[in-house]
Design a protein around this ligand. Structure first.
Ligand code: NAP
Length: 441
């Protein structure tokens, strides 16, 4: 029996699905020890710090992660940063294969004038802020204006728009960060405008998310029916319309025609609006847009401009992977072929394919990469593992340590009628993880 040592860097969905694929691939001829290395003191990646707090069902995948972590061949090394606490070279020397499941956490830039004005934020900052990511505890977010503009027509734009547009009391029974909920309860924002640069037929929203919008209890959602009708007319000339697109357009039509409640909180979705400049003094005050049009299937500028006055802009235009020593990033992704970077180095998830797909997409992606790794494995290395690389005094958050944090958050959440009360302070997380062992099963 051959036994290989695998290091997975990144404890998000793609990392866990990689571990699961290795666990499932074990048989009488081959087995694996899996060490998962994570920079934060907490695992679960975007399931913890990305998924919107009002979408708890999506987070139930963490039960699968817990099951993977309970397997005897799995170890968690959280609070360990690649490139700082351990080098990529050393990891590659110690392990038979290293899989980078490090995601894409850098918000893309629009590259237009005024983008760096105060209160022009990226979802890469705003989303982890409301999801208790310890790095974003002190993010300055000003919600004192009446209007927010969200740039981009994808599901992250929709998440962010919803969080800003709904009555914050609707977030009471969620695991949203306390500091964010406090701010949202004082928010003056009553109008949120999502702006997509292309037409409804090009939007990156998915239909289930769109269908949820008319169900919002305290917010009216507006889409111009003419924009949907025009998109449908453009589509009519095509021989075949993909099912997903048909569902999207139908969901948008339903939003446009849904009777409005006449409430103060409004969420608009506008299409064919490309931002060209952000204006303001100390702080963002206005977004200038080029009005686009679709001609012969192409999106082009109509030559007209318009602007929207606002006090907050959030760019939701996608993410790039973060660079670190030993890794080349190309087009926002780790340079790779089908997940293979070089020699015993691999990548999976958003770091491999870019920021696309839902959480489940990572399962098939990681399974494919693991198949490739197993095909390439030859003779197991005789080596130690990460324990030989870390300084003795380094505080590793192990699976048992994380379970202490988990239990603490679940219990304090239950007392407050929430699924969990997340801890945002890095020090507090480490403190709890270091407490003496309690009754953890
Ligand atoms: P996305 O789906 O790729 O959407 C990005 C949006 O930004 C697109 O509308 C894109 O327009 C626009 N954009 C890009 N560059 C732009 C620019 N320079 N100016 C104006 N607009 C620009 O990305 P995402 O919303 O970050 O989502 C990432 C992935 O996570 C997606 O696969 C998404 O479905 C998934 N996700 C799923 C859920 C869920 O299932 N509930 C929730 C959140 C995220 P163009 O198309 O014109 O480029």
């Amino acid at each position: 029996m051959k036994h290989f040592k695998i290091a997975i860097v990144g404890a998000g969905p793609s990392g866990y699905f990689t571990a699961q694929a290795f666990q499932k691939a074990q048989n009488e001829d081959i087995s694996f020890s899996i060490d998962m290395i994570e920079r934060l003191p907490t695992p679960w990646g975007l399931v913890r710090s990305g998924v919107a707090p009002d979408h708890p069902k999506i987070k139930t995948v963490s039960k699968v992660f817990e099951k993977i972590a309970k397997e005897p061949n799995f170890r968690l090394f959280a609070n360990v940063e690649l490139g700082k606490d351990v080098s990529l070279k050393d990891l590659r020397d110690q392990y038979d294969a290293v899989v980078l499941a490090t995601g894409a956490s850098k918000g893309r830039k629009l590259g237009i004038a005024g983008e760096d004005l105060t209160n022009s934020l990226s979802t890469a900052d705003f989303v982890p802020w409301y999801n208790s990511h310890p790095d974003y505890l002190d993010l300055e977010v000003d919600l004192t204006s009446d209007t927010a503009v969200i740039i981009g027509a994808g599901n992250v734009a929709m998440d962010v728009a919803r969080i800003l547009a709904i009555d914050p009391t609707e977030l009471d029974p969620t695991d949203i960060a306390d500091h964010a909920l406090f701010k949202l309860k004082q928010s003056q924002i009553r109008t949120v405008i999502i702006c997509g640069r292309r037409g409804p037929e090009h939007a990156a929203f998915t239909a289930p998310e769109l269908r949820d919008l008319p169900k919002l209890e305290n917010t009216d959602v507006y889409i111009d029916s003419k924009q949907i009708q025009d998109a449908k007319s453009r589509m009519a000339s095509l021989e075949e319309i993909e099912k997903d697109l048909r569902n999207n357009l139908e969901a948008m039509r339903l939003i446009a025609e849904h009777p409005k409640k006449g409430v103060e909180r409004k969420l608009y979705i506008k299409f064919l609006a490309a931002p060209i400049e952000f204006k303001g003094g100390n702080k963002i005050e206005e977004v200038v847009f080029a009005q686009n049009k679709v001609e012969n299937g192409k999106v082009i500028a109509s030559g007209e401009k318009f602007s929207i006055k606002c006090g907050l802009v959030i760019s939701a235009i996608g993410y790039d992977s973060v660079e670190y020593p030993g890794i080349t990033i190309e087009n926002g992704r780790i340079n790779n072929i089908a997940g293979h970077v070089e020699h015993n180095l691999y990548t999976t998830g958003w770091a491999k394919r870019g920021p696309t797909g839902v959480i489940g997409t990572n399962k098939s992606d990681s399974t494919d990469v693991v198949e490739l790794i197993i095909k390439n494995l030859t003779i197991p290395k005789i080596s130690e593992s990460i324990t030989s690389l870390l300084k003795l005094e380094h505080k590793v958050v192990t699976q048992i340590d994380w379970e202490k944090i988990n239990v603490e958050e679940l219990i304090s959440g239950e007392i407050r009628g929430k699924p969990r009360a997340k801890i945002s302070s890095w020090n507090k997380l480490l403190e709890i993880s270091s407490t003496r062992n309690q009754n953890i099963n």
